[in-house]
Design a protein around this ligand. Structure first.
Ligand code: FAD
Length: 353
């Protein structure tokens, strides 16, 4: 779908969420955009494919220290995210995790209609694309025919724990996601087998300890080996073949969860008809607006001459974007420049007055 084509106003479904701004991506720049929009009285909904905020900071380096965020000599990716979440609390943003924005089109009334792969629909006056390196896409294990099972009995994330109740679950991987879901599903699944190619895990040590305790009490079976074959019909798995040092074993399975890490792809952003520069969205440096009025792009996803993919650049971009967005959301209101230190109206919004 192309944003340049004005579509007749879509019939409003009961699920349609109307908002001033929609922020695509809950990475550090998307989160700070909520703050800057909020200071100027714009309400935001934030959508992210991942199941938590923080983008690259929490997905790729939660425990690594960052040394170049102004005034924080050292802060980990997780801590920076937690602090941003705290900072935006007064503005009550609504988060929609585990959902990917797939389509974006302009309505006849000038607003934007966005839909997600989870069936949510939004109508927004402005769109802030803070999609970073793009969609985090799960790495698919090299197993013949796996595509036919995806979404039915092979899942790369779990949206509802209850959907796994009473199932024979096989989790594959040795990182945090594999271990977290092993702990979460151990007492929900009918049986749970964790498969990892070696008896060493990249996950947090306390999760590994808890997993070993579950193995000890026979709530989880740990197999050191590899899934080599899938068995089933019509997208429904019935068993997987697991090769270990002792040979191959057929293990009953009707839900397999492979956690082999994520790669980043531009994803649906590429289909929205925006001007791109080498897979990044071209913006101006006054408003950080794209080739479409009302659609802004901030953070790692944008490009302009001299762009630096740093968190602090995205924060600056968010501040200027919000000034420009205000002119669209409140065309009749004059915007006064104010400091948070001295403006009682800003302090009221922040809940500190
Ligand atoms: P991201 O953090 O990438 O977040 C984008 C979010 O958008 C993701 O959560 C993604 O799931 C979501 N998304 C994408 N497409 C969609 C869609 N269609 N629908 C819904 N959601 C979508 N920067 C520094 O300033 N200092 C450092 O020291 C530093 N160290 C780094 C170390 C490592 C190992 C890495 C990988 C990066 C480092 N960076 C550092 C870079 C920094 O992490 C990025 O600049 C920053 O994360 C960009 O933030 P963002 O909000 O633009 O995007």
């Amino acid at each position: 779908m192309n944003v340049t084509t004005a579509a007749p106003d879509a019939p409003k479904s009961s699920e349609m969420i109307e908002t001033d701004a929609i922020v695509i991506g809950a990475g550090p720049c998307g989160l700070f955009a909520v703050f800057e929009l909020g200071l100027l009285d714009m309400k935001a909904h934030v959508v992210d494919i991942l199941d938590r905020p923080g983008g690259q900071c929490t997905e790729l380096y939660p425990e690594k220290p960052i040394y170049d965020v102004p005034a924080l000599p050292t802060v980990t990716g997780q801590e920076l995210t937690d602090r941003l979440m705290e900072q935006i609390k007064p503005f009550g943003p609504q988060f929609h995790f585990n959902e990917r924005i797939d389509t974006l089109s302009r309505q006849a009334d000038g607003r934007f209609r966005l839909t997600t792969d989870g069936g949510s629909e939004f109508l927004a006056k402005v769109v802030v694309i803070a999609a970073g390196g793009g969609s985090f896409t799960p790495k698919r294990p090299p197993l013949a025919g796996i595509e036919t099972y995806e979404g039915k009995s092979v899942f790369y994330s779990v949206r509802k724990i209850e959907s796994m109740r009473g199932k024979d679950v096989v989790i594959v991987g040795g990182g945090d996601s594999a271990l977290d879901w092993t702990l979460n599903l151990a007492h929900v699944a009918k049986s749970l087998t964790l498969v990892h190619r070696r008896d060493e895990f990249r996950a947090a040590p306390h999760s590994v300890e808890k997993m070993r305790a579950l193995v000890e009490e026979a709530s989880v079976r740990l197999m050191i080996g590899q899934v080599t074959e899938l068995e089933g019909a019509n997208g429904e798995l019935s068993a997987v073949l697991i090769k270990t040092a002792n040979g191959s074993e057929r293990v009953p399975c009707n839900a397999m969860l492979p956690f082999f890490g994520l790669t980043m792809k531009l994803g649906p952003v590429a289909d929205w008809g925006l001007n791109l520069h080498e897979n990044l969205i071209k913006v101006d440096t006054e408003r950080f607006e794209t080739s479409e009025k009302g659609i802004f792009a901030i953070g790692d996803i944008n490009w302009y001459p001299g762009k630096l993919k740093l968190i602090l650049s995205g924060f600056h971009e968010a501040a200027l974007m919000a000034q420009a967005a205000h002119r669209i959301v409140y065309p009749d209101k004059k915007l006064m420049f104010q400091y948070t230190t001295s403006s009682s109206s800003l302090q009221k919004k922040l809940g500190v007055k």
